[in-house]
Design a protein around this ligand. Structure first.
Ligand code: GLC
Ligand code: CA
Length: 555
């Protein structure tokens, strides 16, 4: 089995990585041309957001054909070349498998629409209620009702996301067989990594009923017991046959208890889980489309809970701050201005030395930040545009709604990678599908010649590969009540040395008292984003703005 603790995964949003043929859209050949760059980081696998045939209503998460590469991104030959070139540098490929739903242009849906009984059973088709209202009162996660009219029939189909993303009926064994076939098709091409999109919402009840409130509504289709059964079946029928497979499930509003089950090796479900609780600590009253400074104590408690309990329960976490659905963490939890570099390093340290498998989202390793778009017309994401309209309908001004979209839009992380400071940031020679950030001075070329963040990431990755306490050790939080510092200890029951990690989440200096058990112990420096030197632990320590420090105690 793979030692997941020694792995680091890089995420590429293909549309925005590098445009090799200058049509404004990133592509597979573009990724191939940048392999030397990727190689420098020394990651083990790359997760690619979907590049399968798709009308791109939700940027590829609406798949029309699971077996083909969308011509926007290249050809199957390009894909095969990518896999083999990455293999040469020992980097695996992780594909994004979107099976909760498929595009309404998928042949399955089209055949269902044409009246084919077999394919009608692939979806959740329901008639209106006797009073003519929708089959249930469920809301789509992108806004609006979760039901849309099924052609010109009396039926409606369920879509938890965009109306162009029809939910697949996993209760139907034929659907599950089709899913396994897709995974096995890509396995046969040498793919060993799979990310399963919103996989914990596949187990809707057979009988769909109205919800009483939005929270209860999620429980009607999230983390239901049958999801575990379906994952076990998927595992046995596909990737579970490869000793070297790495899988991750994207879990929407999940619990620790379920996540342990999803990721515990003896359960034979998945290798690890993405959960998002720590990325909701800047949601006002749980509402994403709001603006609020992050709640640090809440963040600390969540990390403590998830890290310690997943450890105790034998589960495994994916560690991440960023992905294609999140604004850049630097803007949310760091300081994108004065302390951009220090806070980027601090944030990376905080999660890279935790227990789990770290994911790096493209651009994070050079400290990229959110774009500063001046108009709603710069945004393209369905979710953002729906939110903007909704906020305005609720009476908010254009400026108010734009300020919220600016802070929360998924486009924030989807803007093109900055390679240099040329027009369009060296991403393309023509105007890209989404404009680069104004801050083009933050780019790969400059970072590699005079920056320190990239180097710092390289070092964090090296530490994970060399220090068994980081890859395999247990974790315990300390300084739990400190209002500025997140601190934890990595230890192993059969080892006398320990690693202590300190991260200051603020731009002010801060003094802490070292727990007495550690005082006077000699230590060496594992990593420091200021110039700390080895010594003996004093009773108190003063941390600089956004300082990160990891030390190894050697009693
Ligand atoms: C996941 C994806 C997101 C997509 C959604 C629906 O959350 O990460 O980008 O919109 O699923 O497929
Ligand atoms: Ca292109």
């Amino acid at each position: 089995m793979v030692n997941l603790g020694k792995k680091v995964i890089y995420q590429i949003y293909p549309k925005s990585f590098y445009d090799s043929n200058n049509d404004g859209i990133g592509d597979i050949q573009g990724i191939i041309q940048k392999i030397d760059y990727i190689k420098k980081l020394n990651v083990d696998m790359i997760w690619f957001n979907p590049f399968f045939v798709s009308p791109q209503n939700d940027n590829g998460y609406d798949i029309a054909n699971y077996y083909q590469i969308d011509p926007l991104f290249g050809t199957m030959a390009d894909f095969d070349e990518l896999v083999s070139k990455l293999k040469e540098i020992n980097v695996g490929v992780m594909l994004d498998m979107v099976f909760n739903h498929c595009s309404t242009s998928n042949e399955w849906f089209q055949r269902a629409l044409a009246g084919d009984e077999k394919y009608r059973k692939f979806f959740y088709l329901r008639k209106a209620k006797p009073d003519g209202s929708l089959p249930t009162n469920w809301q789509s996660k992108f806004g609006g009702p979760a039901w849309a009219k099924f052609g010109d029939t009396d039926y409606y189909y369920l879509h938890l996301y965009d109306p162009s993303q029809a939910d697949l009926n996993w209760h139907n064994p034929e659907v599950r067989q089709e899913v396994y076939k897709v995974v096995n098709f890509w396995r046969a091409k040498g793919v060993r990594g799979f990310r399963f999109d919103v996989i914990n919402v596949i187990g809707k009840a057979d009988k769909l009923v109205d919800s009483t409130d939005p929270v209860q509504e999620k429980s009607l289709y999230t983390d239901t017991p049958i999801v575990h059964q379906y994952l076990k079946e998927l595992n046995a029928a596909s990737f579970g046959k490869d000793f070297d497979s790495i899988t991750v499930g994207e879990m929407s509003s999940t619990t620790i208890k379920n996540s342990i089950k999803y990721s515990k090796p003896s359960e034979h479900e998945l290798s690890m889980v993405f959960n998002f609780h720590h990325l909701k600590v800047d949601y006002k009253n749980g509402e994403k489309w709001s603006k609020m400074p992050f709640d640090f104590m809440k963040l600390k408690n969540l990390f403590a809970d998830w890290q310690e309990k997943m450890d105790q329960g034998g589960g495994w976490n994916a560690l991440f701050w960023n992905n294609h659905d999140q604004p850049m963490a630097l803007n949310r939890f760091g300081d994108p201005g004065k302390y951009r570099i220090k806070s980027a390093e601090m944030l990376a340290t905080a999660i890279h030395l935790m227990r789990g498998t770290p994911y790096i989202y493209m651009g994070e390793e050079i400290g990229m930040i959110d774009p500063d778009y001046s108009s709603i017309n710069n945004y393209v994401d369905v979710e953002s545009l729906n939110a903007f309209n909704k906020l305005k309908k609720q009476g908010m001004s254009d400026e108010g709604a734009l300020a919220i979209v600016k802070a929360k839009s998924r486009d924030n992380s989807r803007t093109p990678m900055h390679w240099d400071s040329d027009q369009y940031a060296g991403f393309s020679k023509v105007k890209p599908w989404l404009m680069p950030r104004k801050q083009m001075q933050i780019n790969v070329c400059k970072e590699l010649t005079q920056g320190e963040i990239f180097n710092y990431y390289q070092k964090l990755i090296r530490i994970r590969k060399h220090e068994d306490l980081i890859s395999d050790g247990h974790i315990k939080m300390f300084l739990k009540n400190d209002p500025q510092i997140l601190a934890y200890e990595r230890f192993n029951l059969d080892s006398t040395s320990k690693i202590l990690v300190f991260t200051n989440f603020y731009g002010q200096e801060h003094k802490i008292q070292i727990p007495t058990a550690y005082v006077d112990q000699p230590y060496s420096i594992l990593i420091s984003n200021y110039q700390r030197v080895a010594g003996n632990l004093q009773p108190s320590l003063i941390f600089k703005p956004y300082e990160a420090l990891a030390i190894k105690l050697k009693p």
